[in-house]
Design a protein around this ligand. Structure first.
Ligand SMILES: Cc1cc2nc3c(=O)[nH]c(=O)nc-3n(C[C@H](O)[C@H](O)[C@H](O)COP(=O)(O)OP(=O)(O)OC[C@H]3O[C@@H](n4cnc5c(N)ncnc54)[C@H](O)[C@@H]3O)c2cc1C
Length: 413
């Protein structure tokens, strides 16, 4: 029987970092990955460019994780965004800062991030066992026994579980971690898709497929509260809407959908203009082009593809000359520019979500160490822990930070 000091399960961002950090202690570490390589999900991140982290301060990181943010404070302190950037730079991989503080490798390739992780694993003599899928985890003679189909049993004094969530299953994260943790007595907060495209009721969205709206804002009502997004971009798809703005709001909308079949959304197509400014602009445009048809004048205000649908919803006739447009009709245009309606009826399934909402309850994990409060010697890291953030590099930083903390504490326990 070969006994390892620490077995880390899952070779994603969290597991790789946990193994590297634990390996720096000189202990005997094994990293167990079901795929034939590590970091398969990382290769998909940031559209293949990997938005590694964000330059925001720690308070912003905590805020982005909502109710679960406080749980992550120690992890973000012990290994913050600057530490992560330095970690990559020390291996010659520079980092670039882009809009909204998003940090990307200077190569613009997610594969560079995986390469650096592999270099560190090798430097720190971490043994990596590929094509090894953990099926169950038990205790024997005071040690953990890791049962892997087709392999000899593996024994370890401590185990870090970093098996990811339940989305993008083809990358390896098919929810095994939740089943195994539950079998050990852990509670899994119900899983739900987060950062996920939304289905839209209005049939005409199909006609707009591929149209991207930039510099817009989306809002919806949440009880008596109105939730309003940042100014950003979204895209129409054959089933509804996707893109950064939609993904970031999707978690809250999916939660609301537990009690409501439909959620009315409103798109502010001109967030930089007050209604009065729009009114003036319409008067100017209509005054300058008196005999032009409304469908032609709208070209100055909206993308061509959207115009027929916009005019249809506003109740106007596309062929109407603008000098015939009444004040009420002008108001209808103005109101529609500020609150273009869409009705969310659902989301794509969790498999197609960028991140899994829900996961191992943080009440059962010590935030200072990532150790289970239920099974001593068992640690958690990454997406399998309940709580996720909006897009922008926050989720990968969570994986790296919790992985680092779990690896360090498991090695020094
Ligand atoms: C399309 C897409 C784009 C994204 N873009 C970004 C981005 O740009 N920035 C950002 O911050 N976040 C992004 N995310 C989210 C980010 O990828 C995750 O938050 C992060 O990868 C989670 O890391 P993890 O190590 O916890 O899990 P994972 O990366 O899922 O790693 C889990 C690992 O465990 C292995 N595993 C699972 N079960 C077993 C088992 N039974 N036995 C052995 N091994 C097992 C898996 O094969 C996998 O390698 C994106 C996600 C997606 C899907």
């Amino acid at each position: 029987m070969r006994l390892h000091d620490i077995a880390v399960v899952g070779g994603g961002a969290a597991g790789a970092m946990a193994a590297i950090r634990a390996g720096q202690s000189g202990k005997d570490i094994i990293l167990i990955e079901r795929n034939r390589d590590i970091g398969r999900k990382i290769l998909h991140t940031g559209k293949g460019r990997c938005n590694v982290t964000n330059i925001a301060d720690i308070d912003t990181f905590i805020e982005r994780f909502g109710k679960q943010g406080r749980f992550l404070r120690s992890a973000f302190f012990i290994f913050c965004n600057r530490d992560l950037i330095h970690f990559f730079e020390a291996k010659g991989l520079g980092m670039n800062i882009e809009r909204q503080g998003r940090v990307f490798p200077s190569t613009n390739k997610a594969s560079s991030v995986v390469r650096v992780l592999k270099e560190y694993l090798s430097d720190n003599k971490v043994e990596v066992l590929y094509n090894a899928r953990l099926s169950s985890l038990g205790r024997r003679d005071g040690f953990f026994q890791l049962n892997i189909k087709g392999c000899d049993k593996i024994y370890a004094k401590r185990v870090v579980m970093a098996l990811g969530g339940a989305s993008y299953r083809a990358t390896g994260s098919s929810g095994d971690g939740f089943r195994i943790a539950e079998s050990l007595g852990h509670t899994v907060v119900p899983l739900k898709p987060a950062l996920v495209p939304l289905k839209i009721k209005e049939p005409w969205v199909k006609q707009l497929q591929g149209l991207s709206l930039e510099n817009v804002r989306i809002s919806f009502k949440y009880g008596s509260k109105r939730v309003t997004s940042d100014i950003g971009e979204f895209i129409f798809t054959h089933f509804g809407i996707s893109g950064p703005l939609v993904l970031d709001l999707s978690g809250a909308i999916v939660s609301l959908m537990r009690d409501h079949k439909e959620i009315p959304l409103f798109v502010d197509l001109k967030p930089g203009l007050e209604p009065k400014q729009i009114e003036r602009r319409l008067l100017n445009e209509f005054g300058a082009k008196k005999t032009s048809k409304i469908k032609n004048v709208m070209k100055g205000l909206l993308p061509q593809k959207l115009i027929p649908i916009f005019i249809h919803i506003s109740g106007l006739t596309p062929e109407k000359e603008v000098n015939q447009v009444t004040r009420e009709e002008r108001d209808a245009i103005k109101n529609l520019l500020k609150a273009f309606p869409l009705t969310a009826t659902g989301s794509l399934p969790i498999e197609e979500a960028m991140v899994t909402g829900g996961g191992i309850s943080t009440k059962e994990i010590d935030p200072r160490t990532m150790e289970s409060k239920i099974v001593p010697g068992l640690y958690f890291a990454g997406e399998m822990i309940n709580g996720c953030a909006s897009s922008g590099g926050y989720n990968l930083q969570q994986a790296f930070s919790t992985g680092y903390l779990a690896g360090e504490k498991a090695a020094n326990a």
